[in-house]
Ligand binder design. Structure first.
Ligand code: FAD
Length: 393
């Protein structure tokens, strides 16, 4: 089977797809376009913020993919022409494809919250893409005065990693409890319900007492304006909150290359055929990961990895003139309340009447004992090692 497949994005979805394309069809010509030589995972970046892990421990490179025979090109895909089936690259060259797979992750919707633009993110980091933003937020947390307030603003659905803001609040609270015990965490939320809410709230009460305060939409939690210089936010009904450290998790959309390829719809995300993850709008372009509309699957690294494998198999089937297999996917999202206390949500998804459905799943028991919570924290580390090994080697 000789054909050229181009993969854009070397994160959870793209690196997995490139690897499984080459593994399952070694004669395929697979090129991976990714600007960064080192990829820092968002999973476990909250542990870096809390001083529980180093940046080095969440970094991965592309050596194993190269050894497998994937051609890795470190540049940005700038544009896609679906008619000539060409991707133009940041280095001025271009590359032709027979099948194109995009896994560009998210872009921030700058100015969706008044005052929150790229410059503001240098003072009030989002740290919703890992790397320099993670380092910046970590430095700010370390420099925070004891007695200060860490303010985290959380967006409405859909967004990358539904439990992510609440795990971050938990682990920042853990760090503060050890190093700045008079400090607090305030979550200002643009919604009234969030992932694993019951378990988080119980965990906060058990472990963090009243250190973490959460204000939902109906309690005036929706932030509409940010003044990054003053580290102030204003809510929908005009309340001003002053932060010592301000972490804005802003509204998001699919990475820009999805727009350029013409695969996004008016929502800013990418509709796909759930069996193959081929775009419903442009033929021969497959999209996986956070950029897609794949609900009820969450925007998680676990899901992106699973979708990458499904799309890789579907691309090989299409090139061989075969029908795609009917896929099923699994997802587990672990979150830590502190290093000893893990919780999770897990599900299996199948196709039903042409759509993705959750066929079984659930969350950690609410009455679990300390041993069980500790075990789930251990499973989280095991999951991290396994998924990063599967994705980057
Ligand atoms: P990414 O992994 O972000 O990869 C996208 C890649 O595409 C990037 O490397 C980028 O450089 C590249 N790219 C973008 N545009 C272009 C272009 N034009 N040309 C070339 N390359 C391009 N998920 C879990 O499953 N478990 C967790 O515990 C978990 N914890 C999280 C904690 C936090 C704080 C956050 C923010 C997220 C967490 N996630 C977790 C979610 C997870 O990070 C994402 O769901 C996952 O990264 C999505 O994979 P992706 O391939 O869609 O995007």
């Amino acid at each position: 089977l000789s054909a050229r497949v181009v993969v854009v994005g070397g994160g959870f979805g793209g690196a997995t797809a490139a690897k499984y394309l080459k593994r399952n069809a070694p004669d395929l010509d697979v090129t991976l376009i990714e600007p960064n030589k080192v990829f820092y995972t968002c999973p476990f970046s909250n542990l870096v913020l809390a001083g529980m892990r180093t940046m080095d421990s969440i970094s991965h490179n592309y050596n194993e993919l190269r050894e497998l025979g994937v051609r890795v090109v470190h540049t940005t895909a700038q544009d896609v022409d679906p008619v000539s089936r060409t991707v133009s690259l940041g280095d001025g060259s271009s590359i032709r494809y027979e099948k194109l797979l995009l896994s560009p992750g998210i872009d921030i919707r700058w100015n969706a919250i008044e005052g929150y633009d790229q410059a503001a993110a240098e003072q009030a980091p989002h740290a919703w893409k890992a790397g320099d933003q993670t380092r910046l937020l970590r430095r700010q947390i370390e420099a925070m005065d004891d007695g200060g307030v860490f303010v985290l603003t959380a967006p409405a659905n859909p967004f990358r990693c539904p439990p992510g803001p609440y795990e971050r609040a938990s682990l920042v609270a853990h760090y503060l409890s050890q190093h700045k015990p008079r400090s607090k965490v305030l979550i200002l939320d643009a919604k009234d319900n969030f992932s694993k809410q019951g378990l988080f709230m119980q965990g906060w009460k058990d472990v963090h007492g009243d250190r973490i305060e959460w204000v939902g939409l109906s309690g005036d939690g929706k932030v509409t304006r940010v003044d990054a210089g003053k580290r102030e936010v204003e809510t929908e009904f005009g309340t001003i909150h002053k932060a010592s450290v301000l972490n804005v998790v802003p509204p998001q959309k699919a990475g820009f290359i999805a727009d350029r390829a013409g695969v996004t719809n008016e929502s800013g995300w990418v509709p796909v055929d759930p069996v193959t993850f081929e775009s419903t709008q442009v033929k021969d372009i497959y999209v996986v990961g956070d950029a897609t509309i794949a609900a009820p699957m969450p925007k998680s690294g676990f899901a992106a990895n699973a979708q990458g494998k499904v799309a890789a198999a579907a691309i090989i089937a299409a090139l061989e003139g075969q029908r795609p297999l009917e896929p099923s996917w699994a997802n587990t999202c672990y979150s830590l309340i502190n290093p000893e206390y893990g919780i999770s949500v897990a599900a299996v998804y199948r196709i039903q009447e042409g759509l993705i459905h959750e066929s079984s799943g659930g969350v950690s028991p609410s009455d679990a004992n300390a041993t069980f919570r500790k075990l789930e924290a251990d499973y989280a580390s095991g999951w991290y090692s396994a998924i990063t090994q599967d994705t980057w080697g």
